[in-house]
Ligand binder design. Sequence first.
Ligand code: ZN
Length: 137
Amino acid sequence: MQQWLSKLKWKIQNFMQGRYGFDELSMALYYGAVVLLVINIFADSGLINTLCWFFMLSSIFRICSRNFAARRRELSLYYKYSAGPKAWIQQHIIRFRERKNYSYFKCKCGTTLRVPKGRGKIKITCPNCKEQIIRNS
Ligand SMILES: [Zn+2]
């Protein structure tokens, strides 16, 4: 058994020699496929099933690919387009954690202002445009 496992390990290592391997995009595609698979248990949709297969096969394709330049280009595009949504999600996680201690307001200029809760009516000055707003914290 031990020898069979080491033989299998050697065969896999030999197969992966010179191939691209795992990166963040491959893992995102893989996890996306798993999430879609779980959703499809309840939804039982052909479209979700197709998407799940597409995600899984493209993840395997990227891992086994020998075209490093194309995979790196895809990875840089992934970083470029996923940075905004990741930051948005992170910001909302932080807001949720601090919801008992801080209130958030949006200024006319688009800046989000964080003020301590429970201080009554306060005057908030935007550090960006110096606009003053009066709100209940
Ligand atoms: Zn402002």
